[in-house]
Design a protein around this ligand. Structure first.
Ligand SMILES: C[S@@+](CC[C@H](N)C(=O)[O-])C[C@H]1O[C@@H](n2cnc3c(N)ncnc32)[C@H](O)[C@@H]1O
Length: 168
């Protein structure tokens, strides 16, 4: 089963579940706040009838969720910050990315606006040469279906062993 994770989602369920329908059969939303779980419960009652994609909300820290997470094929993340109201989690930073990639399938996607990137990691993923790190190769996709309307970049993620096989 193809699984997408959207951590620190707040109550941002509708658009992501539509955008992710092509990339996942199940979307795991995650946020620590109880009020977001209540909003999810309301939203999902209507959404479940209208959409083929399955969704779940996990009310816990994304660090805890990742520790027991199943294999992920897509990571979605937007509109977060280190300021007031933001999670302050350095998502595009070495500690988080190492944990995330330890749970990632060999081929997948990141869909993000690059919130909470440190040391230029997100920019490096988007650069012409891409980024090789955490045992994976990250490169901006030729197709960018979400850039104009949503300011979200589509990044292809490949385990280095997969990239090696393609080059042979
Ligand atoms: C700025 S809001 C982003 C909301 C959402 N991404 C959007 O586009 O509307 C940051 C969210 O991160 C959540 N948060 C903070 N720490 C967290 C953690 N450790 N794990 C999961 N969510 C967390 C907060 O409850 C808050 O809803």
């Amino acid at each position: 089963m193809k699984i997408a994770l959207y951590p620190c989602c707040g109550s941002d369920f509708d658009v992501p579940s539509i955008l992710l329908a092509k990339y996942a059969e199940l979307v795991l939303f995650c946020d620590v706040k109880a009020s977001n779980l209540r909003e999810y419960d309301q939203w999902s009652q209507q959404h479940a009838r209208a959409s083929p994609i399955e969704t779940r909300f996990s009310r816990q820290s994304v660090w805890k969720l990742l520790a027991t997470s199943p294999k992920l094929t897509t990571f979605f993340y937007r509109r977060d910050s280190s300021g007031e109201g933001g999670s302050g989690i350095q998502v595009f930073g070495d500690e988080f990315m190492s944990l995330l990639m330890s749970k990632f399938s060999s081929i997948g996607y990141i869909i993000s606006d690059g919130s909470n990137s440190v040391d230029g990691i997100f920019s490096q993923m988007l650069s012409l040469q891409g980024l090789e790190r955490y045992g994976y190769f990250f490169s901006s996709s030729c197709e960018q279906p979400f850039l104009d309307e949503f300011k979200l970049h589509l990044i292809e993620v490949r385990q280095l062993s997969e990239v090696g096989n393609e080059r042979q």
